[in-house]
Design a binder for this molecule. Structure first.
Ligand SMILES: [Zn+2]
Length: 438
């Protein structure tokens, strides 16, 4: 029995989430459901709205009847200073970095009105797309990264954020020497890492070609000292990149060995892409329990390759979903799931809607080490999004035809977007309210 003083608010809506066991992933829903929250925004009971109301008749009700309550999204790979670069056309990754990314990232320096406004817009885009938790590459500037942390903190959302480290093969404006990089990195960790339960630091070497041995060794030593830190970088995204790594590190057994031999791999390492791999490297990923971020819109936009999601999942690898804005073309995890589905189709493989949804919710939470996120159930934090299926006539039609939770998810994956989101909550607190749904 829950003592009445523990119950704080009762949230009403159509609850839909995805449950994973060792062997199965499936969508389940409660059409007229209720979530009983305590004062700290934890879910203390889930069930039928009317049953919960009869037990707690005097409780405040947050009434979203007719709308869906879903766990909010986790984006495991996105770049803050690439906010303005979506759709910048280049033949492939390395030319894209040289011609668009590096010049643009040079603008994200210092603490100034431009960086502050960009941080606001960046968080606006995350929340209006239902994302409350993102692993973010900032620019190489410590001050701009500080601004981004402040914005995440002020808006009440969750982040694993890091200043990009790079000390070669880039314009001088964004190159940061090892000494300066170390002092910025340590300063940011001290100020922000686990300042509260929403904010975390990720050491962020851009990718092997951007880093000297000395820089990678400095990063590895900081990583070794604190087991609660994350580390994020890119790996095996396209063939030209892999060839470049082979030329730069002739002694390495493979691209992944460059990171492994320097102590950069572990269960809190998030690797973007991991497309062009081999059995030896995949075994290494698994041995270290590395978290992989699959970024389909980016991989399609740059023509990088088709990620083998089915193979990775059947190996039991820790796969999550990232938008990878700005090579990625959308902030929306619905759109990202939609394209992950098509990438699998092009490989003649199948991924169910519930498996796709898990990559951005329950699986991502578990792999990143957050046992209280990703589900709307007892013992979980009330991080949830409210979606109106009537927000788009075409979504409503598909939604009404759908026969079960799995088909309802399929309709959302193909038709939900930022027009569909009514409201967004972290720990039961509002972090976004759409003006389209007053
Ligand atoms: Zn990236």
């Amino acid at each position: 029995m829950i003592p009445p003083h523990e119950a704080h608010v009762l949230v009403r809506g159509h609850i839909l989430h995805v449950v994973q066991t060792q062997t199965h992933t499936h969508a389940e829903d409660i059409l007229d459901g209720g979530l009983l929250l305590n004062k700290s925004g934890g879910i203390i009971k889930r069930g039928s709205f009317h049953e919960l109301l009869s037990q707690f008749p005097s409780l405040d009700v947050r009434d979203h009847s007719g709308s869906l309550l879903l766990p909010s999204f986790i984006d495991s790979h996105i770049h803050f200073p690439q906010l303005d670069m979506i759709g910048s056309c280049a033949e492939e990754l390395l030319l894209w970095l040289e011609n668009y990314t590096f010049p643009r990232e040079a603008a994200f320096r210092g603490r100034n009105a431009f960086v502050e406004a960009a941080a606001r817009t960046f968080v606006d885009e995350l929340v209006k797309n239902g994302t409350t938790f993102a692993a973010v590459y900032s620019s190489s500037c410590g001050d701009a990264t500080d601004v981004l942390f402040e914005e995440f903190d002020r808006r009440g959302i969750r982040g694993i954020i890091g200043k990009v480290s790079m000390d070669r093969h880039c314009p001088p404006a964004i190159e940061v020497g090892v000494k300066k990089d170390k002092s910025w990195t340590e300063g940011l960790i001290k100020k922000w890492h686990r300042k509260n339960d929403r904010l975390h630091y990720a050491l962020t070497p851009r990718f092997a070609p951007s880093c000297t041995n000395e820089l990678m060794e400095m990063i590895a030593s900081v990583y070794r000292e604190d087991a609660s830190l994350y580390l994020q970088t890119h790996y095996a995204e396209n063939q030209n990149e892999i060839k470049w790594v082979t030329d730069l590190f002739p002694e390495a057994k493979s691209y992944l060995d460059v990171y492994d031999s320097r102590g950069l791999l572990g269960p809190r390492t998030i690797l973007g892409h991991s497309i062009h791999t081999n059995a030896m490297d995949e075994a290494l990923l698994q041995d270290h329990g590395v978290i992989i971020s699959h970024c389909p819109t980016s991989n399609l936009f740059l023509g990088s390759g088709l990620f083998a999601a089915r193979r990775y999942l059947s190996q039991g690898q820790k796969v999550t979903l990232g938008t990878d804005v700005g090579a990625g073309t959308s902030f929306s995890q619905w759109q990202t799931m939609n394209e992950a589905y098509k990438v699998a189709q092009l490989r003649q493989e199948r991924i169910a809607p519930s498996e796709l949804f898990a990559l951005a919710t329950t699986a991502a939470a578990k792999h990143l080490g957050f046992d209280d996120l990703g589900l709307l159930d007892e013992g979980y934090s009330a991080d949830y999004q409210v979606i109106d299926p009537a927000s788009r006539p075409v979504l409503k039609r598909h939604f009404d035809i759908a026969k079960n939770a799995e088909e309802r998810l399929a309709a959302l994956i193909h038709f939900a977007d930022d027009r569909s989101l009514k409201a967004l909550y972290v720990k039961g607190q509002s972090v976004y309210q759409s003006t389209l749904h007053p």
